[in-house]
Ligand binder design. Structure first.
Ligand SMILES: [Zn+2]
Length: 260
């Protein structure tokens, strides 16, 4: 039945933070003990119910969470004797009859609003959208997506998106996509494991040999949004905001948490 694709998941509030006792910290009320196992279980839960493989683009801001999670998942698979390999920037973990695919991404707060680059987790030395768009499209291994389009403070506005339309692979939201005449994408922007794939898409032909090209082609066809439980509601938005804007900065300042 194809591949369930979530092109925008953070998985955690703060990956780059550990507790003082050395235990990994995962954010407020969001602290599974075995993170890679929990991620793979979430993917297999969907695979079993729908008979599809899953692809999650794990996205970081300015920390190491995407790369860190890749390494952890790979290490866990190795220790559990699960078949896992990396190819063309994709980590493929196979259990049972399905495969969980992971690809890295980076969400960048540019001077003109948020931009999502999917394909690798590398940093860009500029926050100017034009520089980022040209660099990302120029290297050929990245998708350029616009999340939160039209959302005040964090999102790019429609006029700016229209100006850079030629660089954009897809925007979040069908209505804006129709206005701009570019493809749309639907993704979870989740900060917990259980909310991964809560909003996603189902692509029929995902090719591991050229993942970015095949994702770009798939986005050009209208892909019916896929939604599964649990949905992200007001409680989850509040939890994430309190965790990332109040609780964690306070705990860091007091030295109770430290970056690691
Ligand atoms: Zn995000």
């Amino acid at each position: 039945m194809g591949t369930i694709v979530d092109l925008h998941t953070h998985v955690t509030d703060h990956w780059d933070i550990i507790r003082r006792n050395g235990k990994k910290f995962f954010g407020l009320f969001n602290n599974p003990t075995e993170i890679p196992k929990e991620i793979l279980l979430r993917c297999s839960e969907l695979q079993n119910s729908l008979g599809s493989s899953t692809l999650a683009a794990i996205v970081n801001f300015d920390d190491n969470r995407a790369g860190g999670l890749f390494d952890e998942i790979e290490r866990f698979a190795e220790s559990a004797k699960i078949d896992a390999k990396r190819k063309s920037g994709v980590l493929a973990v196979r259990f049972g009859s399905s495969t969980s695919y992971f690809i890295q991404g980076r969400e960048i707060r540019t001077t003109k609003g948020d931009v999502l680059i999917v394909g690798n987790g590398r940093d860009f030395p500029s926050r100017e959208p034009e520089y980022i768009f040209k660099a990302a499209r120029g290297d050929g291994d990245s998708l350029v997506l616009i999340p939160h389009l039209g959302v005040p403070v964090i999102g790019m506005n429609l006029t700016t998106a229209d100006k850079y339309r030629e660089f954009i692979d897809a925007v979040d939201g069908r209505e804006y996509a129709d206005t701009l005449k570019v493809p749309s994408f639907t993704a979870s922007d989740s900060h917990t494991i259980k909310h991964m794939f809560s909003k996603a898409q189902i692509f029929s032909n995902f090719n591991l040999d050229s993942p970015v090209v095949s994702l770009r082609d798939a986005l050009k066809n209208y892909n019916k949004p896929y939604q599964c439980k649990p949905k992200q509601g007001i409680y989850e938005m509040g939890r994430h905001l309190v965790s990332s804007c109040l609780y964690t900065p306070f705990m860091l300042k007091r030295g109770i948490l430290r970056r690691g």
